[in-house]
Design a protein around this ligand. Sequence first.
Ligand code: UDP
Ligand code: MG
Length: 347
Amino acid sequence: MKDILYLVIPCYNEEEVLPVTAEKLKQVMEDLINKGIICGEKSRILFVNDGSKDRTWEMIKGLHEKNSLYSGLCLAKNRGHQNALLAGLLEARSYADVIISLDADLQDDIHAIEKMMEKYDEGFDIVYGVRSSRKKDTWFKRNTALGFYRFMKVLGVDIVYNHADYRLMSRRAVDGLAEFKEVNLFLRGLVPLIGYSSTTVEYERKERFAGESKYPLKKMLSFAFDGITSFSVKPIRFICALGVFIFSVSIIMLIYFLLIYWMGKTVVGWATIVISIWAIGGLQLLAIGIIGEYIGKVYLEVKRRPRYLVAEWLNKEDSKQIKQEKNPVSDRKECRDGNGTETRDDT
Ligand code: UDP
Ligand code: MG
């Protein structure tokens, strides 16, 4: 049973890690080919250059020249990790039966690739790579991540605990993902929405072996905020509930002060009133801010900007396979006849 596997690796200024990463991934691919798990001629390691400012793209081109196992996709400009990953998935799906996405720094254990393929052969369409522990993370990153997952659960967002973007997806799962047209991408929230059968594979996350993280605190926070606001309307409902509560309290206060007034007692405590005005003013501003956040998203969605524009597409194989129509599960195995011979139409 030979599947065409594509590894999709988004790369932004990764010249320091690329040679090592390319070599290690080649070994993994050759191992899978030798074991007869994947198709040797058509499987690829696809590097997506996300508008790097260093020599990343030149290096990818060099790799492609030397060995057709490597292919490359160059985005017209830097669009961020999530868009680069989506670009790789959507472009690769025309060629691949199954796609695994991972980061260029190989923090995610590449030995899990074979385990993922085993799960795929068992019939799973999506296999999530899940970190078995976060020992290598800093105390801060570990705890903020934990808080984030818990908060998302409270908000009713279905995300896989301790899973980043290391995952296997069958072609039909990627076809499903392509139907989600939103611009504010948070893939780990979107993929569970696709459905199909899914499972997890555990691995130990390592430290980045060279170069530096492209996710500084500021980017991490804005990514988390995007995740929350793209998937849940609970914050806005909370603000509404708070508004109702505060309004009710103010009515009760009004009745209470009127009663005191009619009983002939002077109303004292102007400070309380002034403080209340300030508190409510602040809450209103907060509410408007959050509503504005959602309106901003609607604005971006209706503009329907392209998520990426491809400048170049390197792949030595020129026959683009005709995509299968979306068929039931059984058809997923159509290209494999059990003897390792390809049966899919290659026109
Ligand atoms: N990346 C990208 N575009 C960006 C930022 C990052 O394609 O604008 C890629 C980067 O090259 C890497 C992956 O996204 O392959 C994850 O980035 P990084 O390892 O820096 O994130 P961290 O592991 O520190 O969260
Ligand atoms: Mg990393």
